[in-house]
Ligand binder design. Structure first.
Ligand SMILES: [Zn+2]
Length: 87
């Protein structure tokens, strides 16, 4: 699990904008990110511990990757719909 900070998530969102992967909601805080070109897909999960935000992705990256960046947009929308703070 990697802690999300405003710096590392901004970088990941920027990379996701360039890559434009497809994000599928599996469950709240649980997403599948699919690369439309290669068909590769990865699972991203978010969690919140003591008001700190964490994410994990099953790709090889050890930083906040663009899969997490792509998922967080869907995640924020869902979290707002559920009247909870974004994880
Ligand atoms: Zn990833």
């Amino acid at each position: 699990m990697i802690e999300i900070t405003s710096t590392n998530i901004a970088r990941a969102i920027e990379k996701a904008r360039q890559t434009k992967p497809f994000v599928k909601v599996i469950a709240f805080r649980h997403y599948q990110v699919i690369n439309k070109v290669t068909g590769a897909n990865y699972t991203v999960k978010f969690s919140k511990i003591n008001n700190r935000k964490f994410a994990e992705c099953d790709c090889k990256a050890t930083v906040v990757c663009y899969h997490i960046g792509a998922s967080i947009g869907a995640h924020i929308v869902l979290a707002e719909q559920m009247h909870t703070a974004p994880a």
